[in-house]
Design a protein around this ligand. Structure first.
Ligand code: NAI
Ligand SMILES: NCC(=O)COP(=O)(O)O
Length: 354
């Protein structure tokens, strides 16, 4: 990790303050900072007084260090968790957070933290962005127009240049070790999925995944397995036509671009261990088709990563877990994995950029 740790510090957005985000980040800091100079350096964008209060409440064996800019994170990291104050947000909006009870009153801080993290990454002050989970329903109540980070990040980075040859995302991928799944449609009602599947969109997603597996993850000849939509991948048209009309033509188009894509595979049998050994990433047709297998097998290890962005972005795979917020029982493995993955991706991008 020595070289990876030498890249720019990672910016961590605060996520829902009534959820488990702060707790898992503090636990990750306690764990990862043990690695000393080989630990990836990161900082949280939040209200330092709020975070310091939580650190005192849980009697964490470290403190919070307020930094004025990302450059201050490296020196501060060995002393305590570096926290960069939220820009343009009244800290009073975060003064009355009750664990487990999210409120629209904190929405500006939550979305402002993401925006600030992305800006720092785009201007080259941060090596990438790690987002802590947001409560999507509460942000929506407050007028936030995006169903999740993925779409918001696409908008925030729409004008920025991508690495050479990388088509523009955003594309969501969940990854745990060699197990990688991509939902071709993301935050969409199931009833709307069939009509929204388009061959050219599947080709764009497949191209981004293949390119990113090489560029960000060092897989030189990525193999993609594409799922069908219907039971038994349509059973020759008996159970649906999307495989023949949309998915198979997209696979042909990917193959004509020398991308090693196969399918459409029946989704029920493509995720067991022997099947997974045949490919580097599965492209599923909808959110739960992609996320159920990986969260079942690797809930505490998986990372949510956005491909096809001008910046690196990862996140723990879990949500705000309001039921256990404030109880001290949340596991930080996925957050630590997200930080380590972002550091590795930032290092890989820095190497490519020369
Ligand atoms: N990247 C993001 O911002 C994400 C946000 N969400 C949002 O989170 C909210 C809650 O979503 P849910 O579907 O309930 O999923 P969830 O992941 O918050 O919780 C599902 C179950 O897993 C448990 N759990 C989650 N994280 C855990 C951890 N670190 N340690 C131990 N147990 C843990 C919870 O207690 C609950 O039983 C929703 O608003 C959802 O949209 C969900 C996923 C990702
Ligand atoms: N289930 C994954 C999820 O909802 C995360 O979405 P995003 O906030 O990363 O776009």
């Amino acid at each position: 990790m020595a070289d990876e740790a030498a890249t720019l510090p990672l910016a961590v957005s605060m996520g829902e303050p009534a959820g488990i985000g702060t707790e898992v980040l503090l636990k990750s800091y306690a764990q990862l900072s043990q690695a000393g100079s080989s630990a990836p350096v990161f900082f949280l964008i939040d209200d330092p007084a709020r975070v310091a209060r939580i650190v005192r409440e849980i009697r964490a064996p470290f403190r919070v260090t307020t930094i004025e800019d990302p450059a201050g994170a490296r020196d501060a990291f060995s002393q305590g968790l570096p926290v960069l104050p939220l820009r343009g947000i009244d800290p009073a909006s975060l003064a009355h957070v009750t664990p487990g009870q999210p409120s629209a009153a904190t929405a500006a801080a939550v979305t402002g933290s993401i925006r600030q993290a992305v800006e720092l990454a785009l201007e080259g002050s941060a090596g990438g962005v790690v987002t802590l989970p947001i409560q999507k329903s509460v942000l929506s109540e407050a007028g936030f127009p995006h169903p999740g980070h993925t779409e918001f990040l696409g908008e925030l980075t729409a004008e920025a240049d991508l690495p050479a040859g990388m088509p523009r995302g955003p594309v969501m991928m969940l990854a745990a070790g060699d197990f990688r799944t991509v939902p071709a449609t993301v935050h969409r009602a199931l009833k709307d999925v069939p009509a929204s599947l388009k061959a050219d969109e599947l080709v764009r997603i497949g191209t981004i995944v293949a390119r990113s597996l090489s560029y960000d993850f060092g897989i030189q000849a990525p193999r993609l397995a594409i799922a069908g939509l219907n039971p038994h991948a349509g059973e020759g048209g008996l159970m649906g036509m999307e495989e023949q009309e949309t998915i198979a033509p997209a696979i042909q188009a990917l193959r004509s671009q020398n991308i090693d894509a196969t399918g459409p595979w029946p989704a029920d049998t493509m995720f067991h261990a022997e099947a997974r050994a045949q490919y580097h990433a599965a492209i599923a047709m909808y959110h739960d088709q992609a996320l159920i297998p990986i969260k079942t097998v690797a809930f505490h290890d998986a990372v949510n990563v956005t491909l096809g962005l001008p910046i690196v972005r990862t996140s723990p795979d879990h949500g705000t877990a309001l039921q256990i917020a404030g109880k001290g029982v949340a596991r930080a493995d996925s957050t630590s994995a997200a930080i380590l993955m972002a550091a590795r991706m930032a290092y890989s991008r820095a190497l490519h950029a020369g």
